[in-house]
Design a protein around this ligand. Structure first.
Ligand code: WTA
Length: 647
């Protein structure tokens, strides 16, 4: 890894939110005088009843629980909208850029967002949603997606956003798990000129979801849909009838705000639960520290609202801070690989925040597309979702930002709510590929396999030693799974599932997952989920899935499949299985390679040795790379696997 050093640029050293000394002092206080620090920081939010208590969490089994600001009362949508009306009612809050460059952008001021959200909230109420009810959102990247989040928050309903690229099966599973009573969707989504049949997918999913009573449908493309009488409502018809006022529901800081399903090491996605006060504080504070937002800036997080990045950095963080947040309907390379930079010029964007996979894909197309645009407005470049390789970092910094924009590499997870390890632009000297230092209150540690804390320069498992306000509170419906998943591997600490290295200067470098989660194009995928989908197919007896390095996607999906006896291993069947996984989970889970394997490498106790499967998928097939295979029940299966490697 590169150890080059990029000091804070001159232009940033002046007038930044924090310089290095200020950040260091702030961090020290967040650790040494934590409760006072957090009660003070909490004042950045508008409370109905301000909290008098900060952190009451414990990671120990005896009194386990995560709890922050527990006697405070507030409403998230009032914090993201109403409190700005006095000073910036006419400022654009949401700036929407459509999929097609020929369509018109839309702009919503804070006053207009207020009205749209109030009407939407009243529609949800009329459709039966109450405080605490779960509402599943299955939406494209349109302004109504942001309104829907805020409308739920306004009435205290718990939203569960399901990414629009997920299949009806995946959607149904996520609706059933949290017993949603209401689904909000659109007729269709639009991405790269193609339409996505969202309402039809909802219709298919709801065949197995008896809890859902109503479906609110946004008219996005005008495409034909079937509306079920008594169940389905058009948002625009209901909103026109609804009142433009809706008082925000007073919520306890620990009342649930949202559930977001994410992949873990087992086949069943976990419903990560975030609550009201701590989450909003964390999203808003880290948005300020990472992006140093200035009034008038146009800030663009190019994520999808279906992922946590969209929640925290398109909607909640920026709106809590009174920013203008740009929402983009489309994809980075449509209709041309210059599109992102054209949008930057069109709207004079100061900050862009995207994923390494998009950068690698655009980098491959050559610098000409970047050079065809000005990008003079850019001040800051963010990245998130996977480790950024130094080559992509340098391209982003040198070619896109012409050397003047700091790269803000933010490491975090759905579980952490918002950024945990990340630079502050005016304070942090950068190293390409390092997420640098912890945010306030975050105590990262590197531990070895036995949990021994390693000091100084070290590499091992990344854990977090104490709670922070934006930490997830539980796995929906399964509190024990929350404890077992995150707090038992290294007792008393939050286990991230990531590996990390800390260098001699104290910089953190995330090395990737150490569990069976893989990161495909910045999307998190449990290998067990893909395996479960494969074994559902009638021809498949057994499947083992691993990640392998992929130039653009970061990691690709490599599946070893053992067929039922009598089944023939044909190319057609391979294609069928690829399609099968796409329909079961969604296109993001498309296997890159399927290798038919008469046997998998198992220990005598029946455990699959994934280490060997990973090595073969990576193309590392020397005896030295494969290591000791003598403990396998049948060492000869390895020769067969090596001989039939795909790719
Ligand atoms: C990975 C996305 C390296 C990591 C916000 C983590 C990263 C997982 C970075 C969480 C980064 C995220 N550098 N790795 N800057 N950001 N990751 O839940 O493996 O979709 O555990 O949250 O993405 O993915 P999730």
């Amino acid at each position: 890894m590169s150890d080059d050093f990029f000091p804070v640029p001159e232009s940033w050293a002046k007038g930044a939110l924090m310089d290095r000394a200020a950040r260091e002092a702030d961090y020290a206080r967040s650790i040494n005088d934590a409760d006072a620090y957090w009660l003070e920081r909490a004042q950045r939010l508008d409370w109905i009843t301000p909290p008098t208590k900060a952190n009451e969490s414990s990671f120990d089994e005896a009194d386990f629980g995560v709890k922050w600001f527990a006697d405070g009362v507030l409403n998230v949508s009032a914090n993201c909208i109403d409190r700005h009306l006095a000073t910036r009612a006419d400022q654009v809050a949401i700036l929407w850029e459509p999929d097609s460059p020929d369509a018109q952008p839309r702009r919503y001021t804070y006053a207009q967002v207020h009205e749209a959200v109030c009407r939407f909230a009243n529609v949800l109420k009329a459709a039966g949603a109450k405080k605490g009810d779960r509402v599943t959102l299955y939406l494209p990247m349109i302004p109504e997606a942001a309104f829907a989040l805020l409308a739920c928050a306004r009435i205290g309903a718990v939203h569960s956003v399901v990414f629009g690229g997920f299949s009806p099966e995946a959607l149904a599973g996520r609706i059933q798990d949290c017993d949603s009573t209401l689904v909000v969707t659109a007729d269709e989504g639009r991405r790269a000129g193609k339409s996505v049949p969202l309402k039809a997918n909802v219709d298919a999913a709801l065949k197995d979801c008896p809890s859902v009573k109503k479906v609110v449908v946004v008219q996005a493309t005008g495409g034909a849909v079937t509306m079920q009488d008594g169940r389905d409502l058009w948002l625009h018809e209901e909103a026109a009838r609804a009142s433009a006022d809706c008082a925000p529901e007073p919520m306890n800081a620990e009342d649930p705000l949202f559930i977001l399903y994410t992949s873990g090491s087992t086949g069943k996605p976990k419903g990560v639960l975030h609550t009201t006060g701590g989450y909003l504080l964390w999203a808003s504070l880290t948005h300020e520290l990472c992006f140093d937002y200035r009034p008038g800036d146009i800030y663009w997080c190019a994520a999808d609202i279906g992922w946590v990045t969209g929640h925290s950095y398109i909607v909640y963080g920026p709106l809590a801070n009174g920013a203008t947040t740009l929402m983009y309907e489309g994809v980075p390379n449509y209709p041309t690989p210059a599109r992102i930079w054209q949008v930057v010029d069109r709207h004079q964007v100061q900050t862009i925040f995207t994923a390494p996979t998009a950068l690698r894909a655009l980098m491959k197309e050559g610098d000409g597309f970047v050079h065809s645009t000005s990008r003079k407005s850019l001040r800051l470049l963010g990245t998130v979702g996977e480790p950024i390789n130094p080559e992509a970092w340098r391209w982003y910094h040198g070619v896109v930002g012409e050397g003047r924009c700091p790269i803000i590499d933010t490491w975090w997870q759905t579980e952490t709510g918002a950024a945990m390890i990340a630079p502050t632009p005016g304070a942090t000297d950068l190293k390409p590929g390092s997420a640098t230092f912890p945010m306030p209150g975050v105590v990262p540690q590197i531990v070895d396999g036995e949990g021994v804390v390693l000091e100084g320069a070290a590499e091992g498992n990344l854990v977090i030693a104490r709670s922070w306000p934006g930490q997830m509170r539980t796995v929906w419906g399964d509190h024990d799974r929350f404890f077992q998943t995150y707090f038992t591997t290294f007792p008393g600490k939050y286990t991230t599932g990531d590996g990390a290295r800390r260098d001699a200067d104290g910089y953190y470098w995330i090395t990737g997952r150490v569990d069976d989660v893989i990161n495909v194009s910045g999307h998190r995928m449990g290998t067990a989920e893909v395996e479960s989908a494969l074994v559902l197919h009638e021809s498949v007896a057994e499947a083992a899935v691993v990640g392998f390095p992929h130039d653009i996607k970061g990691q690709g999906i490599y599946a070893y499949v053992t067929l039922n006896s009598g089944e023939e291993a044909t190319d057609d069947l391979r294609k069928t299985l690829v399609k099968w996984v796409r329909t079961e989970i969604g296109p993001i889970a498309t296997p890159d390679a399927i290798q038919f394997a008469p046997g998998l490498p198992k220990t005598r106790s029946g455990k699959i040795m994934r280490r060997i499967l990973r090595k073969i998928a990576e193309g590392e097939v020397s005896a030295q790379a494969l290591g000791d295979t003598s403990t396998l029940a049948d060492p000869s299966v390895v020769d067969n696997l090596v001989a039939n490697r795909q790719g």
